[in-house]
Design a protein. Structure first.
Length: 337
C-alpha cells in the first residue's frame, strides 16, 4: 500500500512538472528565439501540441526511475530508452532497430570530425583541430563531469549570445570573404577582407576567453565569469600560448591587427601593395597577399574552436555507456516482469 502511494505521489509530481513545462513553453521558445535568431510568434500551434505529446512520452519513460528513488540502479537498457525518448522529444525519429545510443554517438562524432576537404588542402585547419581535440582530453582528465556545470555557469554570461550573433551573421552570408584569392586587390575586396577578419577575430576572442577560463579552473584559479569577460585579448593569447596543448592556437590571431580593425580599417600603400594596421608605435605591415592568406587561415580554422564542448561530452558519454554495458544490471522493466 505504501509503495502504491509513493508511486502515485511520484506520478502526480511528474505530471505537475510536465504541466509547468508546457505552460512555460512560449517563454522558453522566446528565450531560444532571442539566442538563435528566430521569431517564436511564428511557430504554429501544431508544433506546441507535438512537443506536449513528446513531453508526455518522455516523462513516461523516466517515471519508474524516479519512483524507484534511491533504490534505482542505473542500467544500459533503461539508459537507452531514456536516450531514445530524449531524441524523440527533440524531434528526431530513428528507424526501427536503430540503437539510440549508437545513433547519438555517431551523430556527435560526425559533428566534431575533421572536414576532409579542409584536411586535404589546409594544414592550419588540422593544426587547430588537433589542439582543440587534445585540450578536450586534458579537460576530461582534469574536470570530468564537472565540465558540464562549468559550461552552464559560463552560459549565464552575455558571451554565448554575442557568440551566436556572430555565427548568425555567418549563416546569413554577411561574411563576404573574396574567394578564390584575387590576382589584383581592389579597395572593395580589401574592405571585405577587413570585415571578415574583424568578424572572425571576434569569434576567436570569445572562444579563447572560454578556453582560458577553463584553463584557469584546471590550474586552481576559478575566476568569476563576469570578471573573466573583461580580460584583454592580448592576455588571453599569452595564456593560451603558455599551455602546450593550446599553444598552436596563439599563432592564428594577430592582436594588433584585430585591434586596428576594431577601430577602423587598414591603410593601403599603393606603391608597395602593403596594408598597414595601426594599433601602436610599431604598426603591423602585411602585403595584400599576406592579408588575404592570414584572414583565410583564421576563417578556415575557426569552426574547430566550437568543437570543445561536444568533444568533451562525447568522451564522457562513451565512458558512461561503457560502464553501463559492463555492469550488466537488469532494467526496471525486467524486474517488474
Amino acid at each position: 500500500m505504501e509503495k502504491d502511494e509513493q508511486q502515485l505521489s511520484v506520478k502526480t509530481e511528474i505530471n505537475e512538472v510536465q504541466d509547468a513545462i508546457v505552460e512555460a513553453m512560449p517563454e522558453i521558445m522566446g528565450e531560444m528565439g532571442s539566442l538563435f535568431g528566430f521569431d517564436p510568434r511564428r511557430i504554429p500551434k501544431s508544433v506546441y501540441r507535438q512537443m506536449k505529446s513528446r513531453l508526455k512520452s518522455y516523462f513516461k519513460v523516466i517515471e519508474p526511475m524516479v519512483a524507484a528513488g534511491e533504490d534505482y540502479v542505473p542500467n544500459f537498457d533503461d539508459f537507452e530508452r531514456l536516450i531514445g525518448a530524449g531524441l524523440k522529444l527533440g524531434g528526431t525519429r530513428l528507424r526501427k532497430g536503430v540503437s539510440p545510443v549508437d545513433w547519438l554517438i555517431a551523430h556527435q562524432q560526425k559533428q566534431v570530425s575533421p572536414q576532409p576537404a579542409l584536411v586535404r588542402h589546409n594544414p592550419d585547419y588540422m593544426r587547430a583541430y588537433t589542439a582543440v581535440s587534445e585540450f578536450a582530453d586534458v579537460v576530461l582528465a582534469e574536470l570530468g563531469p564537472d565540465f558540464d556545470e562549468l559550461g552552464r555557469e559560463w552560459n549565464r554570461t552575455p558571451e554565448p549570445r554575442k557568440l551566436m550573433a556572430v555565427v548568425r551573421g555567418w549563416n546569413d552570408n554577411t561574411l563576404d570573404f573574396p574567394e578564390p584569392k584575387p590576382t589584383r586587390f581592389t579597395e572593395r575586396q580589401l574592405e571585405r577582407m577587413a570585415n571578415t577578419y574583424r568578424s572572425v577575430a571576434a569569434f576567436w576572442e570569445m572562444r579563447l576567453r572560454f578556453f582560458v577560463w577553463i584553463l584557469r579552473k584546471m590550474r586552481g584559479k576559478h575566476v568569476p565569469p563576469a570578471k573573466m569577460v573583461r580580460v584583454p585579448l592580448a592576455h588571453l593569447v599569452q595564456e593560451v600560448e603558455s599551455f602546450p596543448t593550446l599553444a598552436p592556437l596563439a599563432g592564428f590571431l594577430n592582436v594588433q591587427v584585430r585591434n586596428a580593425l576594431a577601430h577602423g580599417r587598414a591603410d593601403r600603400q599603393r606603391a608597395t601593395e602593403v596594408c598597414v594596421f595601426h594599433d601602436s608605435a610599431n604598426p603591423v605591415k602585411w602585403t595584400c597577399d599576406e592579408f588575404w592568406g592570414n584572414t583565410a587561415k583564421l576563417l578556415t580554422a575557426a569552426p574547430t574552436l566550437g568543437y570543445l564542448e561536444v568533444m568533451v561530452q562525447l568522451r564522457l558519454f562513451r565512458l558512461v555507456v561503457a560502464g553501463l554495458r559492463e555492469a550488466d544490471v537488469p532494467s526496471i522493466a525486467q524486474d517488474a516482469g
